[in-house]
Design a protein around this ligand. Structure first.
Ligand code: HEC
Length: 153
């Protein structure tokens, strides 16, 4: 009986999921927007496309860093973290620009936290301290997601 109930619940979830996914057009979008309580970044569509492309590059960078750590290639992990994700003038200018464009000061702070954590990770990797490098990696991912939990497109 329990099994049957579970099966039924699973079917209901799948069907409900398909219905939502199947809805297209502005009406469905408005509905999704209303359900999503995060702050919408008021950026022009082409900037949103660019921002998301940059985000996918960040994912590649995370993958490169953790792969290098798994291979004990500390030099590579440190170089990738600091050069591709570290805090520098360019990153600061980029985060500032986005934050101003969207009119959201918090965006800058959340961005800076990610880049500074990447520098911390790089320092641990350079010191061949794998445990702390991995811990910093985990915190870095949490920092990424702190922004995703606050803002949306
Ligand atoms: C300061 C804010 C902020 C930070 C920090 C941030 N992101 Fe994002 N990210 C966003 C926003 C805004 C979106 C768009 C979300 C949406 O579509 O509603 C996004 C989207 C994404 C996406 C989806 C891209 C797509 O193709 O739809 C990925 C993947 C992603 N981020 C990865 C990362 C990673 C990895 C990090 C950390 C290294 C990171 N982000 C840090 C704001 C941020």
């Amino acid at each position: 009986m329990k099994k049957v109930m579970l099966m039924l619940m699973a079917i209901v979830f799948v069907v409900a999921g398909c219905t939502v996914a199947g809805q297209k057009g502005p009406k469905a979008q408005t509905k999704a927007g209303a359900l999503d309580e995060r702050v919408e970044l008021k950026l022009p569509p082409h900037i949103k496309v660019k921002q998301k492309a940059g985000m996918r590059v960040h994912m590649d960078t995370l993958s490169e860093i953790v792969l290098a750590l798994s291979e004990n290639d500390f030099k590579k992990a440190a170089k990738t973290a600091s050069e591709k994700l570290g805090w520098n003038k360019d990153e600061s200018a980029q985060c500032r620009k986005m934050s101003k464009m969207a009119g959201e000061e918090g965006f800058y702070e959340l961005g800076m936290a990610v880049h500074k954590k990447a520098d911390e990770l790089a320092a641990y990797a350079a010191a061949e301290d794998k445990d702390n490098a991995l811990r910093a990696f985990s915190e870095l991912v949490n920092n990424c997601n702190a922004c995703h939990k606050t803002f949306r497109h």
